[in-house]
Design a binder for this molecule. Sequence first.
Ligand code: HEM
Length: 120
Amino acid sequence: MPWTQILFRMLEVFPQTKTYFSHYADLSVKSSQVRTHGKKIIDAITSAVNHIDDITGTLSSLSTLHANTLRVDPANFKLLSHTILVVLALYFPAEFTPEVHLACDKFLARVSHVLADKYR
Ligand code: HEM
């Protein structure tokens, strides 16, 4: 499934992101923690898609979590968004037209903005 690739690829391609997941026993593609977490990320994005007119409200608690508890540097959201686009292109090459690419890029930028909103 595509989501099993998302977190693994971000960790491999941008190894600086591994610092946030140092409590995971295994960071390989076979890691059940990495796979499970990839699914959680996609479920949160799906939820944002389903509430596209209220992404801020839908992701409010996740924004607090990433800003106040996890203290994820906002620069990392771009890295994850890029990884998601690459995985979409790999798994859905026919559907991943320039228009879809553009729409997904804009949407992920919006999600990242909302998740980083509480850093101020
Ligand atoms: C936790 C979504 C970006 C690091 C989570 C959770 C979700 C999520 C749904 C689980 C929350 C819970 O269990 O209550 C997202 C989405 C992102 C994003 C939708 C952007 C599109 C990032 C980035 C990083 C990161 C860029 C760091 C590089 C973490 C960490 C946890 C977490 C360390 C806790 C994981 C654990 O302890 O198992 N995120 N996240 N997230 N996120 Fe994110």
